[in-house]
Design a protein around this ligand. Sequence first.
Ligand code: IMP
Ligand code: MG
Length: 187
Amino acid sequence: MKMSSMMGDVAEVLITSEQITEKVREMGERITRDYAGERLLLVGVLRGAVVVMGDLMRCIDLPCEIDFMDISSYGSGTSSSGVVRILKDLEEDITGKHVLIVEDIIDTGLTLSYLRRSLMTRKPASLEICALLSKPTRRRVELDVKYLGFEVPDEFVVGYGLDYAGAYRNLPDICVLKKEVFDGTPA
Ligand code: IMP
Ligand code: MG
């Protein structure tokens, strides 16, 4: 797929890569201050959080480890099924560690609410959530998000790690796709 054809599917750029870079740097600075003197374990939720994880970890000036979990509440479509499955568990034992979950986007909140409860049973020293994006109008469960990048409207977004049917994760900006893309008809 050529870059030009991928951008051709984009209806609107919601958040530019420059805005993301600035926000991620701010979040990294806050995290660095809040966890000063501690070791941190960043837990990325595959696969969407891979891009923000890579940028965020380099903005954190602390000894830190990373680990990943794959947890799924979606098929390849755009609406939540409410069903959450652990597809890949952590490699690390998190007992007694300061754990920060890194997520790309919070939609209904069901995925992170489940993940949080599940990880709490392993007795971490602390457990907080960092999400680049949130769709507050879609929330179905209460969720305490300590570090949040941007709130976005109730629209399906792609880019900077976020996908539609596996594609568009490598777009540098956060974008809304043209309607035709979801209909399967050519743009
Ligand atoms: P939740 O359980 O409804 O909060 O769903 C969160 C997960 O759904 C995220 O980690 C994403 O993988 C996916 N998701 C939710 N909204 C979007 C979106 O607009 N674009 C891409 N993925 C999304
Ligand atoms: Mg995800």
